[in-house]
Write a protein that binds this ligand. Structure first.
Ligand SMILES: [Zn+2]
Length: 282
């Protein structure tokens, strides 16, 4: 019986990864009160990630989805516009017959679907042959997070993807515009938390494990790319359908563990290039 239940759990496992662009660890912890409640009541787990370098967006998008450092995967700067040429989460899942989806900045389309991005043909994709089968992409940094959250929620209800990436730009936009030491940046963390709260409840009810993290942090000048804790430290919240968590662990984990953790969670073989151990979720 036990093994049958275990198999059933693997077969039904689904994952949503929220990468809030430029979500700093300290600001997330101080201002995201619903996530904080889940952590405080041990319905969720919170780790700290000392982010990989450089603390730049496109290199970290690829790092998070390949489990490789920037010098290993070659996307070493935002200016490198090409498809990923390493084993990655989207391709591994598609090859395993899983359904993939993303509501994300267009650089994700360029990394995993097609490069360069065509804003008319690529903005909305529903194509089983693509690595991101159901994609809803945006090109403007000020694109409202709530519109993107609604697109992601719709993809979940319509397609029940095995894996969905939700990637809002609001923290990065407010941080770069006003600096990280600003009411606008901090208040946007409160805003994202309040908009994610009902969605997270719906998604765990639907059997999803939800991860919330950032690609990098941001400093008081509104900059990132460097090595300071402000620029590289991000949270990793983990919410399971069982609502059992370890609370705030104080443990430092790696961006490089996210890709193998997602594949492991979905019962898909982890490519040998992803060398870091998956996180233990229970
Ligand atoms: Zn970024």
């Amino acid at each position: 019986m036990t093994s049958e239940f275990f198999l059933l759990e693997i077969m039904m496992a689904k994952v949503i990864l929220v990468i809030s662009d430029a979500l700093r660890y300290d600001v997330a912890k101080a201002n995201m009160g619903f996530l904080g409640h889940l952590v405080e009541s041990r319905q969720a787990t919170l780790h700290r990630i000392i982010g990989e370098l450089p603390s730049m967006s496109r290199p970290m998008y690829e790092t998070i989805h390949t489990g490789l450092t920037s010098s290993e995967h070659g996307i070493v700067a935002n200016s490198i516009v090409r498809l990923s040429n390493k084993p990655n989460v989207f391709q591994s899942l598609k090859d395993a017959g899983k359904v993939t989806a993303a509501a994300a900045y267009y650089w994700y389309s360029e990394l995993y679907n097609r490069a360069p991005y065509n804003p008319i043909d690529d903005q909305e994709t529903d194509d089983d042959s693509l690595n991101i089968q159901h994609g809803r992409f945006y090109t403007q940094d000020e694109y409202p997070d709530i519109e993107l959250f609604n697109s992601a929620a719709h993809l979940v209800r319509k397609f029940s993807p095995d894996y969905l990436l939700l990637h809002p730009m609001g923290m990065d936009y407010h941080g770069e515009t006003f600096g990280a030491d600003s009411k606008e940046y901090r208040n946007h963390a409160i805003y994202q938390d309040s908009k994610l709260a009902p969605l997270i409840m719906e998604w765990i009810e639907r059997g999803y494990t939800v991860f919330v993290t950032g690609d990098h942090g941001i400093n008081s000048d509104g900059g990132h790319g460097g090595t300071t804790p402000e620029q590289r430290d991000v949270p990793l919240f983990i919410i399971r359908p069982s609502r059992t968590g370890r609370g705030e662990t104080g443990e430092i984990v790696s961006h490089l563990q996210i890709a193998p953790t997602i594949l492991n969670c979905l019962g898909v073989d982890v490519p040998p290039t992803m060398k870091y151990p998956p996180l233990k979720l229970d």
